[in-house]
Design a protein around this ligand. Structure first.
Ligand SMILES: Cc1cc2nc3c(=O)[nH]c(=O)nc-3n(C[C@H](O)[C@H](O)[C@H](O)COP(=O)(O)OP(=O)(O)OC[C@H]3O[C@@H](n4cnc5c(N)ncnc54)[C@H](O)[C@@H]3O)c2cc1C
Length: 432
């Protein structure tokens, strides 16, 4: 099946929702698609908690605006995996291939957590920080579970607050950035609502120890997690826990942008003032252009949606605000830059690629990503290097030579094309 739209927006997080609304309000026919069952992206997924804050108010406002607009076709559970031709995206929805023809496309594919391998990180009970939050939103019970939240980034406090409200006993929040960095960051946001937001999360986690300059070095357990050893560089101590929520800030999802030929700089998609990439008719907004939080994603999404719809003046009017918010992205990058000590978290027998069970001893013998892939299958499993590739980018400064389709595992039938009749249950995983 091929469907045609003026504008296709990939990713229904805040950036994608803002882009779709802005473009549709200019009279364009818009498709908004996302691989999740409902719009909202990472931050607005699932039901709202009882706690009413700026995030939940923004969620209500934007979802209402989205639902009110008949010019937007929302395609849920729909994942783009290939770019079969000019102005064409291939997606899979409910096991069926859907081709989407567009005049303009807005990439709002968000970010994922960065996981760094350390001994025990593959034990059941060790989750990503945002990953555990997403599981709880989807129904995983955590009442009375002892949880340590560790890693880096503003997400840690948000996750700790959420887990406490859902009944977990959060024993500690451990941020690898130093107090000095955090205090400087606090001073830089002193006159903004962000300080109140951070203070709000800290209030909601009051009573839970917050350790700066502290990171996990090992997770222990038999069949499941039993404790985690933490370090502050001079001392190590072990905390009993049932769950470890651990993520080292975020990395952008840029695979689709790369497939479309967009230029990346320092891992982020290059865009001009109107969020247009260096490829004609391809716009990008939100985390793939820089990790800057909810407000920046919304602001970039609006500029991209308006520009894609041809409303250039309206888009330009929003640029100054977007640029002010971008300054915050720069502060985040400096504050939560990962410390040198994290390079030595992996031990010889620590698994780095968990899809293919490749250890640090094995992978670190190679000089680059391609050789390691060819010799060890590292990065060739179901996640296609999304986890180990980002870790190895930090640990060894490796990056992939190229991105090839399919960027997600899909059925053979979807891969073969709209007319294929191959058995749908076979899974095709890229092997190059
Ligand atoms: C796991 C996680 C949890 C987070 N939780 C919080 C939180 O609690 N509080 C907070 O302040 N910030 C949180 N953040 C940060 C937050 O996501 C950002 O601040 C911001 O809201 C991102 O908005 P976005 O629209 O750019 O991206 P996202 O919200 O990430 O939306 C991108 C969407 O695109 C979809 N997508 C990507 N590729 C494809 C494809 N090929 N086909 C179809 N769909 C695709 C993704 O599934 C996702 O739904 C979290 C981030 C992550 C990674």
């Amino acid at each position: 099946m091929t469907r045609s739209f003026d504008i296709v927006v990939v990713g229904a997080g805040p950036a994608g929702i803002a882009a779709a609304c802005a473009a549709a309000e200019q009279g364009r026919r818009v498709a908004l698609l996302d691989d999740n069952p409902a719009p909202g992206g990472q931050i607005w997924r699932g039901p709202s908690t009882a706690h009413r804050d700026a995030v939940s108010r923004a969620k209500e406002r934007w979802l209402h605006r989205l639902q009110q607009n008949p010019a937007i076709t929302s395609l849920h559970g729909c994942r783009v995996f290939d770019v079969p031709g000019d102005g064409l995206l291939a997606a899979e929805q409910n096991g069926q291939r859907v081709d989407l023809r567009y005049s303009k496309v807005v990439l709002a594919t968000g970010a994922r957590e960065l996981f760094l391998p350390f001994p025990g990180w593959t034990l059941p009970g060790v989750y990503g920080a945002g990953g555990l939050q997403a599981m709880v939103k989807a129904g995983l019970p955590v009442r009375d579970q002892r949880v340590v939240v560790a890693g880096s980034g503003p997400l840690l406090l948000a996750v700790a607050a959420y887990l406490r409200e859902t009944g977990a006993r959060v024993s500690a929040v451990c941020e690898q950035a130093s107090w000095r960095s955090l205090l400087r960051f606090g001073a830089s946001i002193a006159h903004t609502s962000r300080l109140w937001q951070a203070a709000g999360y800290r209030w909601r986690t009051r009573g839970t120890p917050f350790h700066a300059g502290c990171w996990p070095v090992a997770a222990h357990g038999g069949k499941t997690l039993e404790s985690v050893t933490l370090s502050n560089g001079t001392r190590q101590w072990t905390v009993p826990c049932d769950l470890l929520a651990c993520g080292f800030h975020l990395v952008p999802n840029t695979e689709l942008a790369s497939l479309l030929g967009c230029t990346l700089q320092q891992g982020f998609v290059t865009v001009d003032a109107l969020q247009q990439t260096l490829i004609a008719n391809v716009f990008c907004a939100g985390e793939p252009t820089g990790i800057g939080g909810l407000e920046l994603s919304l602001a970039e999404g609006e500029v991209a949606g308006l520009a894609a719809a041809g409303a250039i003046r309206a888009a330009q009017a929003r640029i100054p605000r977007r640029d002010r918010l971008r300054a915050f992205a720069a502060q985040l990058a400096v504050t939560f830059a990962l410390r040198q000590e994290l390079h030595s978290l992996s031990k010889a027998d620590t698994i780095v690629c968990r899809c293919e069970d490749v250890t640090w001893r094995t992978v670190s013998q190679y000089t680059g990503w391609r050789a390691a892939k060819l010799q060890t299958r590292c990065g060739m499993g179901p996640c296609q290097g999304r986890i180990c590739g980002s870790a190895l980018n930090f640990l060894l400064e490796w990056s992939p030579d190229s991105v090839r389709p399919p960027i997600f595992p899909v059925s053979i039938a979807s891969l073969a094309g709209p007319t294929a009749s191959a058995p749908a249950e076979l899974s095709a995983i890229q092997e190059n």
